[in-house]
Design a protein around this ligand. Structure first.
Ligand code: PGA
Length: 252
């Protein structure tokens, strides 16, 4: 199994001073852990620089929560892959369900964003996941297949380490509910079949994360689904919880 990847998605939280403090605490506490896990912090755009100052030169990398598909031009309010790289980011979350739900992000936009990131050398963390209604209707497989196929349509991914896929069931985000490990395993097998089918290497090297109510209390249970890491929202805002999640992910 590849080295696991734990990503802290801070969402729209924290002012600059608070962000710096949290990053500093995470850096200090992680220094005591053996570096068996890749760790990424994804703060809001306005906090990228202060977080970068704290994590620079440490075993933690910077990520953003959104990106535009274009490199520059008339896209008021947007940030390009090149700008994120310039700010120190190596990673970016793409297609998060909150962006799809509140900001009208479509599968086509997600595809263009993934493509732009890959061309620029920024690693996309592509999110896919079904709603509760879709799950109840037995449509999980169909939804994941459609989201994933359309997000990767026409892209040539020669190095599977340049892509990360996060399975984030919409109903698990911020709800305290999680799927059972075997349900995550089922979706991960499906994702691997799809990426193998569309020719992304053997499909075995793209890291598959799980996201949705991951905490220091359930991480061990979720890791039994053989995930290669986690996308952590709420718990990543608590240094102690986040560090415990990272710690638990390294010992397996
Ligand atoms: P959560 O968020 O851990 O707070 O459920 C995860 C996410 O939305 O990435």
């Amino acid at each position: 199994m590849s080295k696991r990847l734990i990503v802290g998605n801070w969402k729209m939280n924290l002012l600059r001073k608070e962000a710096r403090l949290l990053a500093k605490r995470i850096v200090d506490e992680l220094a005591a852990l053996p570096a068996q896990v890749d760790v990424v912090l994804a703060p809001p755009f306005t906090n990228l620089d202060v977080v970068y100052e704290e994590i620079r030169g440490r075993a933690i990398e910077l990520g953003a929560q959104n990106v535009c598909w274009a490199e520059s031009g008339e896209f008021t309010g947007e940030i390009s892959p090149g700008m994120l790289l310039d700010a120190g980011c190596k990673w970016v979350i793409v297609g998060h369900s909150e962006r799809r739900k509140y900001f009208g992000e479509t599968d086509a936009m997600v595809r263009d964003k993934v493509g732009a990131c890959l061309s620029a050398g920024l690693t996309p963390i592509l999110c896919v996941g079904e709603t509760w209604k879709e799950r109840q209707e037995g449509r999980t497989e169909e939804v994941i297949t459609s989201q994933l196929r359309s997000a990767l349509r026409g892209l040539s991914i020669t190095n599977p380490r340049t892509l990360v896929i996060a399975y984030e069931p919409v109903w698990a985000i911020g709800s305290g509910k999680t799927p059972k490990p075997e349900e995550i395993g089922f979706v991960n097998d499906l994702i691997r079949d799809i990426i193998r089918d569309i020719g992304v290497n053997s499909g075995g090297e793209v890291r598959l994360l799980y996201g949705g109510s991951v905490s220091e209390y359930n991480i061990e249970y979720l890791l039994s689904a053989e995930i290669e890491g986690a996308l952590v929202g709420g718990a990543s805002l608590r240094a102690e919880a986040f560090v415990k999640i990272v710690g638990a992910s390294g010992v397996h």
